[in-house]
Design a protein around this ligand. Structure first.
Ligand code: SF4
Ligand SMILES: [Zn+2]
Length: 328
């Protein structure tokens, strides 16, 4: 008998061996990593984003090159542009300087590192002082981090910044059977506790929420659980949610697609869940538009629908649907 990946997850989850087994399984299907220069950022860009005060502001986002995240989430492909070894001291400040030399002045800076800012092997603690100086003058600084890597030292880091501080954390899904299988190694309570701690310390939080995580295949169920997850994140205290349509492209997701355990979301489902999340009126909601064409099967309306979602990201309100023969 051939076990499906989901069978293996189920089997080992019950034996509490999930972490080892899933890490190995996730890595087993990976294509090769790209060679990265530890002293060059992976990518950087300037964009406009609505901030907590409701104003549209200029945001510089730097995707830092650093040591790979130790968690091996099933749906993650961020490891492709990471290092295997701990990031050398001085490399992160050099990357930030390089990016800032090529970016315009902006109000907000995002230091995203395909993992966890407060993982000392990814961002050496000895570089914190220089990083803080480099982002001096930005009114708001955003980093990403795993809910289990939140600790007492973080408010001290925040206090040294000239601006306010925000941490983006993946909640992914609160579905009780899906979340344990993602190998994120959190419960929704871990997310709640981390968020409460940060908010109590004047650090704002945004949540990443997946639409169509693996192991949930029914379209309506996916929409409902995505909405429940957005609602849970806001009730926990986050000020913004980013909805991410789950993509393949990391090896194991292709296997899950073949076995029917991952179904990509449709563009209509993403529109539905985004409309309804905004209508909750509980805070800012963003819709991740990267590689959006993957989820469209109509060339006639795709660009218009993408532009509508982009405008909704900027305006934070539901705009009229795009009419097309492909939409029922
Ligand atoms: S915690 Fe984030 S970066 Fe790390 S494997 Fe999971 S999704 Fe990827
Ligand atoms: Zn169409």
């Amino acid at each position: 008998m051939r076990w499906s990946i989901a069978d293996i997850f189920n089997r080992y989850t019950h034996r509490n061996l999930q972490t080892d087994i899933t890490n190995r399984l996730v890595e087993q299907y990976r294509p090769a990593k790209e060679a990265m220069d530890p002293f060059k950022p992976d990518f950087f860009l300037n964009e406009q984003e609505v901030q907590a005060d409701g104003k549209l502001k200029s945001v510089n986002t730097i995707f830092l090159t650093n040591r790979e995240c130790p968690f091996k989430c099933v749906m993650c492909d961020l490891w492709r542009h990471t290092l295997n070894e701990p990031t050398p001291k001085g490399a992160i400040p050099a990357q930030i300087e390089f990016a800032l030399d090529h970016l315009p002045k902006a109000d907000v800076i995002k230091l995203y590192n395909s993992g966890n800012f407060f993982d000392g092997k990814a961002i050496p603690k000895s570089d914190y002082g220089t990083i803080i100086k480099l982002v001096d003058g930005y009114e708001h600084v955003i980093v990403e981090n795993h809910p289990k890597l939140i600790g007492d030292f973080i408010p001290g880091f925040k206090d040294q910044l000239s601006g306010t501080f925000e941490i983006a954390m993946g909640l992914e899904s609160i579905h009780p059977e899906v979340l344990p299988k993602l190998n994120k190694q959190i419960t929704k309570e871990n997310f709640l506790d981390a968020t409460r701690f940060l908010v109590k310390n004047d650090i704002s939080v945004r949540a990443f929420i997946l639409l169509n995580p693996p192991f949930l295949i029914d379209e309506q169920e996916n929409i409902e659980w995505c909405l429940k997850s957005v609602d849970f994140a806001f009730e926990s205290g986050v000020s913004a949610c980013s909805i991410i349509p789950t993509r393949d492209g990391n090896g194991i997701m292709e296997e899950l697609k073949k076995s029917g355990e991952y179904v990509p979301p449709t563009l209509s489902a993403l529109e539905d869940v985004y409309n309804r999340s905004l209508k909750l009126n509980k805070g800012r909601v963003f819709c991740d538009l990267w590689d959006l064409e993957k989820f469209s099967d109509c060339e006639v309306c795709f660009q218009k629908r993408k532009e509508r979602l982009h405008q909704m990201n900027i305006k934070q309100k539901v705009l009229p649907d795009i009419q097309c023969a492909c939409v029922e």
